[in-house]
Write a protein that binds this ligand. Structure first.
Ligand code: ATP
Length: 297
């Protein structure tokens, strides 16, 4: 693993030029509205984090962005072009996806799986050039798996597989990298290093997170989803507040500045009681640490 010497890489982002513009996006199943009227923009070169409790709609929104799902209404523009108008080939040259669960790649080595990232850039049956081989080897080294280059992909641990998928995305050289909970199988060292690596690639990244502190440390902007709606968006400083955390995640917390980089850092309180556990319409003032519940007063 190449350790990033500066722990928090800051990319030059171009706020005047959104690479992605999502307008009034909604998606429903036959019986339920899952995403409602979501609009946001993603500046070129930025790292955007998607946060929200279980079932908030993060994966569904990402699925609409990588065209696994078709929005029932609304529009997704990539560089000003509606993504629905792009051919599969053109879309794969622009957008790479790393998912929470790795697909099965029977009988393929780590090298072979990473090499799949070249497919959108090559004509059928063309062989890998020396430059291609170098790109693949460099990407494998970047995710710390050089010693496993020849290993059967299926014999890797969940975290190692996840790192292979990130190497494949590096080789794909996309303009936009979409990551759905990419750190879910990673130990804490690789959670930090893989996300820092993603941030250092020089491409626009949108990633969903459950670790609010990791998202706060790394992201330029955050989208906070609740019940299929965009509850709040903005810089970590603007959106990670005790009120938002209570309102969206139903937790009691204290937000302070991280000692290293001053981004908001959340400390959670344990043993809290919520008077509205079964209510979807939470009153943020009714959540307090257990030792100070209203019943004690
Ligand atoms: N195809 C589907 N059919 C029925 N319900 C669906 C479908 N896809 C998503 N949902 C529902 O939509 C809601 C949002 O799901 P989604 O996976 O997007 O949430 P999430 O924010 O990614 O959650 P988590 O943090 O648990 O991964 C959930 O209630 C889920 O059950």
């Amino acid at each position: 693993m190449q350790i990033v010497s500066e722990p928090l890489v800051s990319l030059k982002q171009d706020v005047d030029h959104p690479i992605l513009k999502v307008s009034n996006l909604s998606w429903s199943t036959s019986s339920n509205k899952i995403l409602s009227d979501i609009s946001f923009q993603v500046p070129l070169g930025s790292f955007t984090g998607m946060l929200g409790p279980n079932g908030a709609g993060k994966s569904t929104l990402l699925r609409c962005l990588y065209r696994y799902l078709t929005p029932e209404s609304g529009q997704v523009l990539l560089n000003g072009q509606d993504i629905s108008s792009l051919s599969n080939y053109a879309f794969a040259r622009k957008v790479a996806v790393v998912l929470q669960h790795t697909p099965q790649h029977f009988d393929l080595s780590v090298f072979d799986v990473v090499a799949l990232g070249l497919i959108p850039h090559k004509s059928m049956f063309s062989n890998n050039s020396q430059a291609d081989l170098n790109l693949i080897k460099t990407a494998i080294a970047q995710v710390g798996l050089s010693d496993k280059t020849g290993r059967d992909f299926e014999t890797l641990s969940g975290g190692e597989k996840q790192r292979v998928m990130i190497a494949r995305a590096i080789v794909q050289r996309p303009q936009l990298l979409l990551m759905d909970e990419p750190t879910s199988h990673l130990d804490v060292k690789y959670q930090i290093q893989i996300m820092e690596l993603a941030k250092s690639l020089g491409i626009t990244v949108i990633a969903s997170f459950h670790d609010i502190n990791l998202a706060s440390a790394l992201c330029d902007q955050l989208l906070i989803l609740k019940q299929g709606r965009l509850h709040t968006s903005g810089t970590p400083e603007n959106v990670i507040t005790e009120t938002t955390l209570t309102d969206v995640f139903d937790v009691c917390s204290m937000v302070s500045a991280h000692p290293q980089h001053q981004s908001p850092h959340v400390t959670y309180f344990y043993g809290y009681n919520s008077d509205n556990d079964n209510s979807s319409d939470h009153d943020t003032n009714n959540i307090e640490p257990a030792e100070h519940t209203k019943d004690d007063e």
